[in-house]
Design a protein around this ligand. Structure first.
Ligand SMILES: [Fe+2]
Length: 196
């Protein structure tokens, strides 16, 4: 059983407290649903033949809930401590320069992915084997992942992340607000941890 985490969120310029509060409520729902499905699965497994259809549907559903749980646990802490700029030296900076030449180009790539249609997440992974970044889009939250790779930046682009503040067509403004408030030192720390 998992417990919902608490986040120490500062005031975020461009993302209202109401959006954040409701968004955290949705996150807590993922934790609750993951736990509920896990309990049901244990029950159904006692007579898996009888419950075969329900079991297979819940198994599929559970990874959706898990993705929602873990990705939001990556999302909210990225605002904690307030915004800090992308580093201008060190191993994280060097890796960005090697692949993207300029930090701005990495940001542009993530923004382009975030603007893709449909609910999902723009994600930045680090591959410690290939020693390179991978950028990707996870449909909903459990699809399209680069399996086993650590996620170092997670940008939620479901409508619930911005519709209250910017309307259904305001994704671009929300994405700008996300980067304006992003604490890059958190991303750098995740990059360092992903080396192991
Ligand atoms: Fe979300």
């Amino acid at each position: 059983m998992y417990e919902a985490k608490k986040f120490d969120l500062p005031e975020v310029d461009g993302i209202s407290k109401k959006t954040m509060d409701e968004h955290i409520g949705l996150y807590e729902g993922y934790v609750k649903n993951f736990n509920a499905i896990s309990s049901l699965l244990a029950e159904y497994a006692k007579d898996s033949e009888k419950h075969a259809h329900a079991l297979s549907e819940l198994i599929r559903r559970r990874s959706f809930e898990f993705g929602g749980m873990r990705l939001h646990e990556l999302y909210f802490p990225q605002f904690e401590g307030g915004s800090s700029p992308i580093p201008t030296s060190g191993p994280f900076y060097d890796a960005i320069i090697q692949e993207y030449h300029k930090p701005e180009w990495l940001i542009e790539m993530i923004k382009a992915i975030a603007k893709m249609r449909g609910p999902g997440w723009a994600l930045l992974y680090w591959d410690p084997v290939g020693k390179q970044f991978l950028t990707g889009f996870s449909g909903e939250q459990h699809l399209g992942h680069f399996v086993t790779l650590p996620i170092i930046l997670a940008l939620d682009v479901w409508e619930h992340a911005f519709i209250l503040d910017y309307g259904a067509q305001g994704k671009g403004k929300y994405i700008d607000a996300f980067f304006k408030n992003l604490n890059w030192s958190i991303i750098e720390k995740r990059f360092e941890e992903a080396q192991r």
